[in-house]
Ligand binder design. Sequence first.
Ligand SMILES: *Cc1c(COP(=O)(O)O)cnc(C)c1O
Length: 374
Amino acid sequence: MKRVFNFSAGPSMLPLEVLEKAGVEIMDADDTGQSVMEMSHRSKDYKPIIERTESLLRELMDIPMNYRVLFLQGGASLQFAMVPLNLAGVEQGVPRKKADYVDTGIWADKAIKEAEKYIDVDVVASSRNKGYVYIPDAPPPQKNVAFYHITLNNTIIGTKWSKLPETESSPLVADASSCILSEPLDVSRFGVIYAGAQKNLGPAGTTVVIIREDLIGNVPSWVPTMLRYDVHVKDGSMYNTPPCYGIYIIGLVLEWVKEQGGVEVMAQRNREKATLFYDYLDNSKVFLSPIEKPFRSLMNIPFLMGVPFVYHSSDEKSSLEKRFVQEAATEGLVNLAGHRLVGGMRASIYNAMPIEGVKALIGFMERFEKNIRN
Ligand SMILES: *Cc1c(COP(=O)(O)O)cnc(C)c1O
């Protein structure tokens, strides 16, 4: 067996221990004589699986009792619609209130564009003017807004909020798809936290939603059943068939996080990995990080080739970047191309990426540098 270091932004690496356990249980989980994939979601065999996944998430994230946890489908992208549809209240059949959004990148912008279909959105701050390389100062919420939306970690551009905005009584809603469980988070500061699983939690197909109870239920009647938080809460994420196998794998990932020492240990390791890589980039004569220092993501690290004497035209630069990505792949360092909308390179180093992967990447980059400068 040959495993690569996978730097994909998502779906991304899973801990080897998780894959091994899933492999052992693939045909007979817990002496049931079945794979988890074959179980009825309403069976006595499956019930403990979803319950354990939820209770591990509650324990690891220290989720207060007045929050509900949902395992849904549709990805973070569906939450871009569900959040405004469920949180804006209702008056004469339509969502009532406005919401504040902070625009910190491509995902934030998608969330804004989707919300605008249903409610009035005010973009109260944006870092678009400088290509999103920083997190803007967040103003306090405007009067009487239904919620205040941020993208906690900006997967494509590589920034993160290090200090949460003060939103007073307006519920803070966060897209935490690419940073959930990477560092401790004070859940009580939020109204809703949502995350697609395929970055830091498990396989694609499951979306975790953590929602404060008082925000559930005031929804226009025409909102499709599957898009209502109250329906999913009432049925314990089993209004219809949930993504059973994905929830099971998330449970194994959470068990792994717990065995490693919990979210604080993840955060220490993530800081160590990211510091190593940023220090390398900041001292490199060829590669650089375009992101302003206070806002650099621990999870997604885009980098560029920034030295003009290395190349003379943008064609030459992009061919050098292609060569970089290809040569890295031959050494088992895969998926290092930047997002198709921004180009360059990007190393995503989620919880499951061991520090050895980061060291191997730096080693490769040092050799690549020497090579092209000779
Ligand atoms: C990946 C990602 C999304 C999109 O997630 P899907 O599950 O593919 O819909 C949204 N927001 C952020 C921050 C992401 O990283």
